[in-house]
Design a protein around this ligand. Structure first.
Ligand SMILES: [Zn+2]
Length: 390
């Protein structure tokens, strides 16, 4: 494979403490980057760059690591625009709307579900996302969860079995029988297509003991745990996440002081999903409280047709900065290295030597513009493993 020199970078974000200015973003100005074999092989000042087989001149633009969107629900069909409009007219969000997407998804042929994932993955790529996590959870039968994961696995290795999203209507009279289905036959059908096990531990979904049962069964089957926790109330999800050593607890909107301390002590990433609070007109999580306690904070879209139908990591960065008082640097780190940490990946989310060459060239001189110019399409070209994908 031939080498590629990306030159004339005005500001390069590496997220590598050993490179650049010593800040967490590892900023290098007047920079260049060499890609060889799909990986970063050299980073430094452009006047010291080695020769390569081909050269891209980015004309003083900023270059950032590709976004790592560690939380999405892309395998579905239909939309819930009317529910959104009703919510904006004053109806509160609840977990019940998920059922309408479940009904539509069960009816859809494979090709329709695949086309929907493809459409959203391409939309994400154009906005700078080079790694995505995709959950099942709109099938909620053995066959529909297995096919949802098989479809997701065609697009990403970061697939998550979320049979425990909500209890489907046919089990409303006997939720514990549904948990038995999820932890038994459904898990057996899903495990070959999934890396992660997840559960929606929330009022209206699954309680702490049910969440423990789901995660324990998944872990026994070789899956790694993550969890939807503390979105709507100060519930037990974070406690369960820390007990089992989950990679991440996602949402974290309502936390006790013990929750914050436990996240830090257990090394569980708090993944904040500000598109949800924006789209449900709800209070945002307290990002500063988490950061000041020393918790690792990631940002993700939670792209789904109900509570956050955005595929845009730049929007999440802008919301995190404006609404959650993260600095532009903290927000970019959370959307790249933070997401990688939440997926237990060290080959992505940064542009240090040996990293996969996933990067976006911005139509801006600095990464700060991602928050400073909200809603503006600032992502130019996007590369994954050195190859252009947008
Ligand atoms: Zn979610």
């Amino acid at each position: 494979m031939s080498s590629l020199l990306v030159s004339n970078i005005g500001e390069l974000v590496t997220n590598d403490l050993s490179l650049g200015d010593g800040s967490p973003l590892g900023l290098v100005s007047d920079a260049a980057l060499v890609v060889d074999g799909g990986q970063v092989s050299w980073v430094g000042r452009r006047d010291q760059a080695p020769a390569a087989d081909s050269v891209i001149d980015v004309e003083r633009a900023a270059v950032i690591p590709g976004f790592v969107d560690s939380h999405s629900h892309l395998v579905f069909t239909g939309d819930r625009a009317e529910e959104f409009a009703a919510r904006m007219a004053g109806r509160p969000y609840s977990t019940g709307g998920i059922q309408s997407t479940v009904a539509a998804t069960r009816e859809a042929p494979d090709e329709v579900l695949t086309a929907n994932v493809s459409r959203l993955v391409n939309e994400m790529a154009r906005q700078g996302t080079t790694t995505i996590e995709v959950k099942s959870g709109y099938g909620l039968t053995v066959a529909d969860e297995a096919r949802s994961l098989a479809i997701a696995a065609d697009f990403t290795p970061e697939t998550t079995f979320l049979g425990a999203h909500v209890v489907p209507p046919e089990y409303a009279h006997d939720p514990s029988a549904y948990v038995d289905l999820v932890t038994g036959p459904m898990l057996a059908a899903a495990r070959g297509h999934a890396k992660w096990i997840d559960v929606f531990c929330e009022r209206g979904a699954f309680d702490a003991d049910q969440a423990r049962a789901v995660l324990a069964a998944g872990m026994a089957a070789g899956l790694e745990p993550r969890i939807h926790a503390n979105q709507l109330v100060q519930g037990p999800g974070v406690t369960v996440a820390c007990e089992v050593g989950a990679a991440a607890a996602d949402h974290c909107t309502y936390l006790s002081d013990d929750d914050v301390a436990n996240l830090r002590d257990a090394g569980v990433v708090a993944t904040l999903l500000p598109g949800v609070e924006f789209s449900t007109r709800s209070p945002y999580p307290d990002a500063r409280r988490l950061l000041e306690a020393g918790v690792t904070v990631a940002l993700a879209t939670d792209c789904n047709p109900g509570s956050s139908y955005t595929s845009s990591m730049p929007l999440c960065i802008a919301l995190a900065v404006r609404e959650m008082r993260m600095t532009p640097a903290e927000a970019l780190w959370g959307a790249t290295a933070g997401g990688a940490t939440a997926l237990r990946r060290d080959d992505i989310g940064h542009l240090g030597i040996g990293a996969r060459a996933d990067f976006a060239v911005l139509a801006a001189p600095s990464y700060v513009h991602l928050a400073y110019r909200p809603g503006v399409p600032l992502v130019g070209t996007v590369h994954r493993a050195g190859r252009r994908i947008d």
